[in-house]
Design a protein around this ligand. Structure first.
Ligand SMILES: *Cc1c(COP(=O)(O)O)cnc(C)c1O
Length: 397
């Protein structure tokens, strides 16, 4: 059996492979340069163009683009009316922003456990945790696989809760034939460079509700309106505008918007390549008893943002940390998504403690995120598979 590099063998490759990387082509660069030569660097025509394009791609009625995915989540919680004393149910296997957005509004995140096969929030847990203080659900399409929208929506309608979908991973995915973004009350996107489509930074909220749309526009720009119908006082001149609530400056620049518009033209090829890599990984790993492959639900036609390697620790002599370090020694850079949010000291100080979500905590002990991005070559993919296989077999029991 071949020796892994961590115990003296030869690494599977000489050069490190990154865990994630953006793909920027000449068209992307030209799109940004054109904006730089134009009259508007912000609040210009690229903003509306991107919003129309997102609606056209997803089928959502309205889109409000903003500075990043976290800002999108904050605006969505504000539009949903979250305030002190309100409870919002979310998952802990996510980036901290999915719960932080509730805290920005003074609300209380409540962590529901996951489905142990898909790793997404378990609708049965959401139903159990709902009480008279519950106002909303922030459901994360973890790895890009859609949450169980039918069941979550039915529950939210019955209990008058707002369903916010944290779709930072979900662009390109369809649930029962409809694009995610056109189904929940509000869906947020992120255009951070590790995500499938990037603007450097950037975010968006998609909704079918005109009421949410109008509120989102206000929160994006200081709570200021120029619409006389929304004003409380008579305008005293053509310059007049009114601040009618407290909003932020969460605007996106036209450079970001132009880059995202250009990137979205490549979404079909980005999506196809990601699906191809996931299929190759799944086929290679389903034959290894040391690895558990994430369950794919038939309702979700998934463009995967993350590939989670889950270790079957009962079949291995090493733990996740040792496996991670062994992959690093092979020059395969990895990551872990995610540390349960309530493990962080900020949340501990608020009274959250270990043991809240046993399935999420068990998952956290067993996972490593492998490289998955458009710019990976077939050789890169084979090197990752080779390294995982070598380590799994060497340390297998
Ligand atoms: C990336 C991400 C965010 C935050 O997006 P930013 O654009 O980085 O602010 C929120 N939720 C999830 C699940 C994410 O992966």
């Amino acid at each position: 059996m071949e020796k892994p590099a961590i115990c003296g063998g030869t690494p599977i490759r000489d050069k490190k492979i990154a865990y994630g990387h953006q793909y920027i082509d000449e068209a992307d660069i030209q799109a940004v340069v054109e904006v730089l030569k134009s009259d508007f660097l912000t609040c210009g025509p690229k903003i509306g163009e991107l919003e129309r394009k997102l609606c056209q791609i997803t089928g959502a009625k309205y889109a409000v683009v903003c500075s990043n995915g976290t800002a999108a989540l904050h605006m969505a919680c504000q539009a949903a009316g979250i305030k002190e004393g309100d409870e919002v149910i979310t998952t802990s296997i996510t980036f901290a922003a999915s719960a932080n957005c509730v805290r920005y509004c003074g609300g209380t995140p409540v962590f529901a456990d996951i489905n142990e096969e898909t790793y997404n929030i378990d609708p049965a847990e959401v139903e159990k945790l709902t009480n008279e203080k519950t106002k909303a659900v922030v459901a994360v399409d973890f790895t890009g696989q859609s949450v169980e929208l039918d069941r979550l929506l039915a529950h939210c309608r019955a209990r008058k809760l707002v369903l916010i979908e944290d779709g930072a991973h979900v662009i390109g995915t369809r649930y029962k034939g409809k694009c995610n973004g056109s189904i929940a009350d509000m869906t947020t996107l992120s255009f951070h460079p590790v995500k499938t489509v990037t603007g450097g930074e950037g975010g968006a909220v998609l909704t079918n509700s005109e009421e949410y749309y109008k509120r989102l526009l206000l929160y994006r720009a200081h709570g200021i309106t120029r619409d006389p119908e929304q004003m409380e006082h008579e305008p005293d001149g053509p310059w007049y505008y009114e601040q009618i609530t407290l909003g932020m400056n969460y605007r996106m620049t036209d450079m970001q918007a132009a880059l995202i518009i250009s990137q979205l033209d490549k979404l079909p090829v980005f999506s196809a390549r990601r699906k191809e890599i996931v299929k190759t990984y799944n086929e290679a790993f389903s034959g290894l008893p040391q690895i558990i492959v994430q369950k794919e639900i038939p309702e979700s036609d998934t463009t995967r943002h993350l590939y989670i390697l889950r270790l079957n620790l009962s079949k291995l002599r090493i733990d996740r940390r040792q496996f991670f370090e062994a992959l690093n020694a092979e020059n395969i850079c990895c990551n872990v998504h995610y540390i349960p949010t309530y493990y962080f000291p900020y949340y501990e100080r608020l009274g959250y403690h270990k043991g809240l979500c046993p399935k999420a905590e068990k998952l956290y002990q067993e996972i490593i995120s492998l490289p998955l991005y458009y710019a990976m070559t077939d050789q890169d993919v084979q090197d990752v598979i080779g390294a995982v296989t070598k380590i799994a077999e060497y340390y297998g029991v």
